[in-house]
Every structure is written in structure tokens, then in C-alpha cells.
Design a protein around this ligand. Structure first.
Ligand code: ZN
Length: 238
């Protein structure tokens, strides 16, 4: 699971800081990141905050940290490099591409909608947009959960939600339609895929609200493509 911790509010920061104090920052896998933190804090003078940010964002390796560091250096906004660092490091997620085991697995049911899950959803939407996708499933960003997001323009046009948690999607009519599809996890491949024209959808949104509706057209197609992802099915398997 790849997840970047985002934190807000003084209480949470205090708790995280206490956790960091318990480890030895000079040793282990984080030593390079801590060395970087030192360099950044000496340059910008935000010593404690920077060490904290870099320590907390554990899944960011030194090379990505360096990239972000040089971006911060070039930026005119050096007033709050800590904030900028967090923004830069959390703005998008990495798209998982084939071949990867998680793309072939049936994903786990989501048990609770938490604040961190909502943040994941926002990041998935951002990642989808930045990659010009119209749908993105959790395993496409390395997460094992029954969740996908779709383009808001598409969902609004059909009066449907843009977030799908533990969805159930079944054909509504036998009638099928063939159309070319692409997938963010399979770059540069377009395949003609036959799918039912209308589907029956049962799902929950990010507020836990239940939705039940019949989808058709492009919405039905995108929903089926993403639903397939949650069950480890790719367009190359069709
Ligand atoms: Zn896909």
C-alpha cells in the first residue's frame, strides 16, 4: 500500500513529533532523508518543521525529496517551504502500470469511511485529472480497496456519484455495444471492448450515502471498466 500521510492541526502535529522523537533520525533508512531535511532547514530556516515533514512523509525516497527540494529552491515562495514541500509531495499519486500483481487481484472491501480515506479519494481524483483519465481504481494507485473515482463532468451529466465504494455492478440489459477503451495502467494500448449497454449499479459514496441506479452510455462503460479493476480484470483480459 502506498499512502502519504497528510496531517492537519496542532494536536496531530504534536503527536507525530513525539513519535519522531522516539526514533533515532541519524540511523536506518531515513538517514538520507534526514540529511536532506538538515540541508533544507539550514537553507530556509525552518529546522523543526522540515525535519518533521520529511520524517512523517516516509514513503518519499531521497531522489523524490531532492526533486521537490530543487522545486522549492526555484520557487519564489520560500516563506513556507514546509507547506510547499507537503503540497509538492502529496499532490499526485503514482499510477501502477502492467505488469503488477495488484492489478490482477480482487480488492478488499472498505469497512469504514475515515478522514484519511477521504483524503485518498481527493488525491485519486487529482491523479486521475492530471493523467487525463476519466476513471481511476484504487489498485491503479497501489491501494487494496474496493474504491474507484470517475470524472465529475461525466457523473454530473448523469446525476450519478463520482466516488464508488464497495460497488456492485451488474448488466441490466443483455444488449451489448463495442467501443475502444484505453487504460492508465496499460499505456498506449487501445482495445475494442464489448460491454452491456445498460448496467444496474449499487454503491456508496464518500459520505457513506447509498446509491442505486441504472447507468447507460459512456457512464455505463466507465463504471464497468473501473469495476473490472476492483476484481483484477484488465481490458487485455477481455
Ligand atoms: Zn483501467
Amino acid at each position: 500500500m502506498v499512502m502519504t500521510k497528510i496531517f492537519t492541526g496542532p494536536v496531530k502535529i504534536g503527536k507525530e513529533l513525539a513519535k519522531i522523537k522516539q526514533r533515532n533520525p541519524e540511523r536506518g533508512v531515513h538517514s538520507e532523508i534526514h540529511a536532506l531535511a538538515k540541508e533544507i532547514s539550514e537553507t530556509f530556516g525552518e529546522p523543526k518543521k522540515f525535519a518533521m515533514y520529511l520524517g512523517i512523509i516516509k514513503n518519499i525516497g531521497p531522489s523524490k525529496s531532492y526533486r521537490i527540494f530543487s522545486k522549492i529552491k526555484q520557487s519564489k515562495n520560500v516563506q513556507t517551504p514546509g507547506r510547499l514541500f507537503v503540497y509538492e509531495s502529496t499532490k499526485t499519486m503514482q499510477i501502477v502500470k502492467v505488469p503488477n500483481k495488484i492489478l490482477k487481484e480482487k480488492l478488499k472491501t472498505v469497512n469504514a469511511i475515515t478522514a484519511s480515506l477521504k483524503k485518498v479519494i481527493l488525491k485519486m481524483k487529482k491523479t486521475m485529472k492530471e493523467n487525463q483519465g476519466i476513471g481511476l481504481a484504487a489498485n491503479q494507485v497501489g491501494l487494496d480497496m474496493q474504491l474507484f473515482v470517475i470524472d465529475e463532468k461525466l457523473s454530473k451529466g448523469h446525476n450519478a456519484p463520482s466516488v464508488y465504494i464497495n460497488p456492485e455492478i451488474k448488466p441490466y440489459l443483455k444488449q451489448t455495444e463495442e467501443l475502444e477503451e484505453g487504460c492508465l495502467s496499460i499505456p498506449d494500448i487501445w482495445l475494442k471492448i464489448k460491454r452491456p449497454k445498460k448496467v444496474k449499479v449499487k454503491s456508496a459514496d464518500e459520505e457513506g450515502k447509498k446509491h442505486k441506479f441504472i447507468a447507460k452510455g459512456m457512464l455505463a462503460r466507465v463504471l464497468q471498466h473501473e469495476y473490472d479493476h476492483l476484481h483484477g480484470v484488465l481490458i487485455t483480459d477481455k
